[in-house]
Write a protein that binds this ligand. Structure first.
Ligand code: DTB
Length: 313
């Protein structure tokens, strides 16, 4: 168990010392210069009853996205093949909504089995789960489940009121009981303080087991959402968060997730130095555009970074 005092001390270390220490932890626990890439597909988009202030998919959002479902398995497989050909080693499928309904759950279960056959790792994010759903997912061979804690416990109800952070942790505990690896993290730049950021990272580090993947998003300010005008996070504070995550969770793979499109190449390089070693590649995230693939591949080359191969290569 890490203490809040320790986490605050680390966060407040002088910047260069902090990223140097984080880099040492990184190269002691991970293959240097290796970046893992994941690709997202939104299988069910929009029509969500949750009120997450950052999300375009909430029915409470001013610019409503009508509910869309990809029911054709062949289309999902085609996207997964494309992801693999771009260099992705993990295919992540998302569904909007508080919890998956039986129709979407079946589509995703079939997709997990088909995507695994392509030699890709699988990850899904479908909201709150009950035990029988977790068992079904584990029987399908699901590798990762993404379930973010989003922000600190203290800031949570400023962002989401339709659920509690404890509900999130319950689902995470349930998934860990059935040995499904966890991808969890949150969003930085929603108006929270550095203390909130530290508390969120501490919460992740102090779960029964830290998440295998830690997803750190920089808020994408989507028109129509409550957070559309919130001030930006200081980029160096973002890097400090990556470094703190690296030091608190040495074995986890830290992903710079949403928000890379608005980051400079230099900022991304600092994040990689501080311990991030995963990104999303592909044209789109869920509803927004991602950093474009030619730019990402060029950045990998310029920084002498190698993409991690998928399991069958
Ligand atoms: C995560 O932490 N970030 C991903 C994934 N987990 C599901 C989603 C990013 C979405 C960005 C906004 C959008 O495209 O709507």
């Amino acid at each position: 168990m890490h203490t809040l005092e320790f986490a605050k001390d680390v966060f407040q270390t002088s910047f260069l010392e902090l990223i140097y220490q984080a880099h040492l932890v990184h190269i002691n626990h991970h293959i240097p210069n290796e970046i893992q890439a994941s690709t997202l597909l939104s299988v069910q988009t929009g029509g969500c009853s949750e009120d997450c202030a950052y999300c375009a998919q909430s029915i409470k959002n001013k610019k409503k996205i009508s509910k869309q479902i990809i029911t054709d398995l062949a289309l999902i497989i085609e996207s997964a093949k494309k992801a693999k050909s771009m260099g992705s080693s993990r295919f992540c499928m998302g569904t909007s909504g508080r919890t998956p309904n039986p129709q979407i759950f079946k589509i995703v279960c079939d997709a997990i089995k088909a995507v695994k056959e392509l030699g890709l790792e699988t990850c899904v994010t479908m909201g709150t789960l009950i035990e029988s759903q977790v068992i079904n997912l584990s029987e399908c061979g699901l590798d990762y489940y993404n379930h973010n804690v989003d922000t600190s416990p203290e800031y949570y109800n400023k962002v989401i009121t339709t659920r509690t952070i404890d509900e999130r942790i319950q689902t995470i505990n349930l998934l860990q009981k059935y040995d499904i690896k966890i991808c969890s993290g949150g969003i930085l730049g929603m108006g929270e303080t550095n203390d909130d950021r530290i508390k969120m990272l501490l919460l992740l580090a102090n779960l029964n087991e830290p998440p295998a993947s830690v997803s750190i998003n920089k808020l994408v300010k989507i028109p129509g959402t409550r957070l559309k005008n919130v001030p930006d996070i200081d980029p160096f504070d973002f890097v400090r968060c990556i470094a703190l995550a690296r030091i608190l969770m040495p074995n986890s793979v830290i992903r710079i997730s949403a928000g890379r499109e608005s980051m400079s190449d230099e900022l991304q390089a600092l994040c990689f130095f501080a311990g991030a070693s995963s990104i999303f590649i592909g044209e789109k995230l869920l509803t927004t555009t991602n950093s474009q693939t030619p730019r990402d591949l060029e950045l990998m080359q310029r920084l002498n970074l190698n993409l991690k191969k998928s399991c069958t290569e």
